[in-house]
Write a protein that binds this ligand. Structure first.
Ligand code: FAD
Length: 419
């Protein structure tokens, strides 16, 4: 079997960023990335694809072009883990050994958990910005709808980018308002949770848009089935006493955010906590039971908002701690739970939620420059112009000073920046 210094499972946002951060710190380290997909996606861009702002192509690059110099890419999937032997097994049966393992395989979108959904996606007015190939269909439906009922759904937490279901709603409603169709469109937001957004500081600004667009806000309402041909969605609605009833709604279009879980091969592995997520310490991102294992990104158990912004801050922390571990030193880099959710409340304005563990606000800018609790044009420009570049050119290249200068405790991190 082959072996390497650091084996990274998943070449998504977190995996590539960690590989780049590791090699910036220690060029010459033998880093292997196991990733099955030929294509890498900038998923935060899909919200803008669904609103006709970005082309789909802007959100996609070939994986081979993103593998950092010095890392090796194995195009395959990990199917299981043998931490006692410091090995993973790939789908073709190969075993790869490692000194340190970094698991970053993302989240599972569980489309099949909603009966009727998979077979009707992309047809019958059923769409989702959670898939590259479907986000353009969202924009098509939004442009075509001149009247009727539009449903937007949000499953139980945790999901990646908790704001994305309502971003799709606001940008659609904004288009209907601009074109004069809004008065003929009934919008319902079916949210399986009990709050509009998990951090209360951002809720007042969002509520103004709910009112502006005349959205019928339905909490504790969870999508349970879809009949595409009949254009009918079924919801389980829980009332204040906990009693559950079934509510059926006809629709002209529906934007679905699918239920989400840890990937199956993680849930079934020795890496998983009882919750199914990779069992890590929320500060160091070091596995709670396995000495030479780390986890980050959407698949890990840390209770941060699952976002690329979080992965951007986590990657240098993991890189730093992996190197400490390989050197036999104490792990010192810590992650503060930072995550960010740019809520696109209208075309041209964003409420920029930035917060860490416990809902503590962690704004990147002073309020006079950009107050994240208010809708601003500046935040829109950040999302539509700066953040994609920060992603491709900063985060995925391990240029932390470009994007995450405060990700590692000041004074703790020895920064070795390759020329
Ligand atoms: P991913 O980037 O999903 O990568 C996981 C990788 O692991 C994939 O490439 C996959 O192929 C690979 N993999 C899976 N299984 C295996 C296996 N068995 N073996 C090897 N590899 C495997 N974030 C923000 O910060 N801001 C936003 O505005 C934002 N908006 C979003 C809007 C939408 C519609 C969506 C869908 C997401 C949004 N996100 C946003 C969330 C962001 O995209 C994710 O949080 C981020 O991509 C997580 O990175 P990750 O590396 O953990 O997972």
């Amino acid at each position: 079997s082959q072996t390497c210094d650091v084996l990274i499972v998943g070449g998504g946002a977190a995996g590539i960023a960690t590989a780049a951060s590791l090699l910036r710190r220690r060029p010459g380290l033998d880093v292997v990335i196991v990733e099955p997909s030929e294509r890498h996606y900038y998923q935060p861009g899909w919200t803008l694809v669904g609103a006709g702002v970005f082309t789909p192509e802007r959100t996609m690059r070939e994986t081979c072009r993103l593998i950092p110099t010095g890392a090796r890419w194995i195009q395959d999937s990990v199917v299981d883990f043998a931490p006692e032997a410091d090995q993973v097994r790939l789908s073709d049966g190969r075993r790869i050994g490692y000194r340190a393992l970094v698991a970053a395989p993302g989240i599972k979108l569980d489309w099949d958990a909603i009966p009727g959904l998979s077979e009707t996606l992309g047809r019958n007015g059923v769409t989702s910005n959670y898939r590259f190939d479907l986000a353009p269909y969202t924009w098509k439906l939004v442009q075509e709808l001149k009247g009727g009922r539009a449903l937007f759904t949000q499953p139980p937490m945790p999901i990646k980018c908790a704001g994305a279901p309502q971003k799709a709603l606001y940008l659609s409603a904004d288009h209907w308002q601009r074109t004069g169709a809004l008065k003929n469109v009934d919008i319902e937001f079916h949210n399986a949770g009990a709050v509009l957004f998990g951090v209360k500081d951002y809720v007042p600004a969002l509520m103004k848009y709910i009112e502006r667009y005349g959205v019928d806000l339905r909490f504790n309402s969870r999508l349970t089935a879809i009949d595409g041909e009949a254009r009918r969605a079924t919801f389980a609605v829980t009332d204040a006493d906990g009693a559950v009833s079934e509510v059926v709604r006809d629709f002209d279009m529906i934007h679905v955010c699918p239920p989400q879980t840890a990937p199956d091969f993680i849930r079934a592995s020795p890496l998983a906590a009882d919750s199914g997520w990779i069992d890590v310490d929320q500060a160091t991102l070091h596995h709670n039971r396995l000495d030479n294992v780390f986890g980050l990104g959407d698949a890990c158990s840390a209770p941060n908002a699952k976002t690329a912004a979080a992965a951007r801050k986590q990657a240098p922390v993991v890189a730093e701690n992996v190197i400490s571990m390989l050197d036999g030193k104490a792990l010192k880099a810590v992650y503060d739970g930072y995550g960010s959710c740019p809520l696109t409340v209208e075309r041209g304005k964003i409420v920029l939620a930035e917060f860490g563990y416990g809902g503590k606000l962690l704004p990147s800018f002073p309020a006079w420059m950009l107050d994240g609790r208010q809708p601003t044009r500046r935040a829109w420009h950040l999302k539509a112009q700066a953040l994609p570049e920060i992603y491709w050119v900063g985060m995925l290249k391990g240029r932390e000073w470009l994007c995450a200068p405060d990700c590692v405790e000041p004074g703790v991190a020895p920064r070795t920046r390759a020329a």
